[in-house]
Design a protein around this ligand. Structure first.
Ligand SMILES: *Cc1c(COP(=O)(O)O)cnc(C)c1O
Ligand code: SF4
Length: 334
């Protein structure tokens, strides 16, 4: 008999078969080979990673495909820009214990892993020194002690990286450890995995969520309506059935989703699968992401249009993060 630990779930196989070679991505999509040198160069700085399933949602031969733009390494990433940095939201200064960020009242965030299912070129943590600050066994005792001694912490956020890259066993240990702390009521998971690889939502994972005494909130991350497709809908349905609250956060990205009509469609599609829009983030200014930035003025204009088109509950709060602020800052001065 094969020992249980040697069995891999399909999502783990899919992860090991993810596209990581720019040549492979460019050929699969039938794109011009002249893109290869810059893609390779930019991928040396922040590697390419995208599961085949997500590549399958892109349009072949279209360099402007909004999903492709989120993952294809390009030259612009290599130009250093004033005002952009390696730690744009002051994460290092918010480290309360190694692996735990505490910025806002009542909630603390765990850096559970540095790994992600996909490497988003616009990521604000693309240059984050994960290995120095992981919530791993070396720091676990201190992290638990910190949360225990801060009785105002009624919510713990699992972040990363992508927390759903952890095995079910590690997740289970983590959730149980949090559930043992009396004042912790909610566990929030920030993950792009349901959108990128919905097969990650396995029966044992659903069972974990179903059995926990904690209220589970999953904040997924879709940026474009083309990401909201049938297998995500199925995963969302299963999550909802076990009582998980589903929210979505997006980043406003030039050339990806910077029109009111796309964002309207995104909100409507998300709602149709049981997910409420939560935040629309202005880009955090991480070095290498400047080409994705939408000006504040253009962002406000899009936001006003959204307010004019959608019921209030389908308009995500447009926010940006400012180091040292008591919360994400809402942009709502119309
Ligand atoms: C964004 C963030 C949160 C969550 O903020 P909410 O407004 O509650 O969604 C919590 N902790 C840290 C460190 C964050 O960056
Ligand atoms: S942390 Fe989120 S945005 Fe950044 S690369 Fe991972 S999945 Fe993408």
């Amino acid at each position: 008999m094969i020992p249980r630990t040697e069995l891999l779930w399909q999502w783990q196989k899919s992860m090991s078969e993810a596209v990581t070679d720019p040549v492979d991505l460019i050929q699969r999509l039938g794109l011009d080979a002249t893109l290869i040198p810059e893609a390779k160069k930019a991928a040396n700085k922040f590697s390419l990673r995208v599961p085949s399933r997500y590549v399958g949602l892109m349009k072949r031969g279209d360099l402007t495909d909004p999903l492709l733009r989120q993952v294809l390494p390009i030259d612009s990433e290599l130009t250093r820009q004033d005002g952009f940095s390696d730690d744009p939201v002051g994460d290092v200064n918010a480290i309360a214990e190694s692996g735990l960020l505490h910025k806002y009242h009542g909630r603390a965030l765990l850096i559970t892993t540095g790994a992600c299912a996909i490497h988003c070129r616009f990521c604000f943590r693309r240059n984050f020194p994960y290995s120095d600050y992981l919530a791993d066994s070396a720091h676990w005792h201190n992290i638990v002690a910190y949360i225990e001694s801060h009785t105002e912490l009624d919510e713990v956020i699992l972040s990363g990286g992508d927390p759903l890259m952890m095995s079910d066993q590690r997740l289970s240990n983590l959730i149980q450890a949090m559930a043992k702390i009396d004042h912790v009521k909610r566990l929030r998971i920030h993950s792009r995995m349901p959108v990128v690889l919905p097969e990650r939502i396995t029966p044992p994972l659903l069972q974990l969520f179903a059995e926990s005494r904690l209220k589970i909130i999953l904040v997924m991350h879709a940026n474009h309506p083309n990401e909201v497709v049938d297998d995500l809908a199925e995963a969302a349905k299963q999550l909802t059935e076990v009582g998980v609250t589903l929210l979505n956060q997006s980043v406003l990205l030039k050339g990806v989703n910077d029109t009111a009509s796309l964002l309207t469609e995104l909100s409507e599609r998300l709602f149709s699968i049981g997910v409420l829009p939560y935040y629309l983030h202005l880009l955090d200014r991480a070095q290498g992401t400047a080409h994705f930035e939408v000006s504040e003025e253009a962002a406000m204009q899009i936001y006003r249009q959204l307010l004019g088109r959608l019921p209030g509950y389908l308009v995500p709060r447009m926010v940006r993060e400012i180091e040292g602020a008591i919360s994400k800052e809402a942009l709502n001065k119309l």
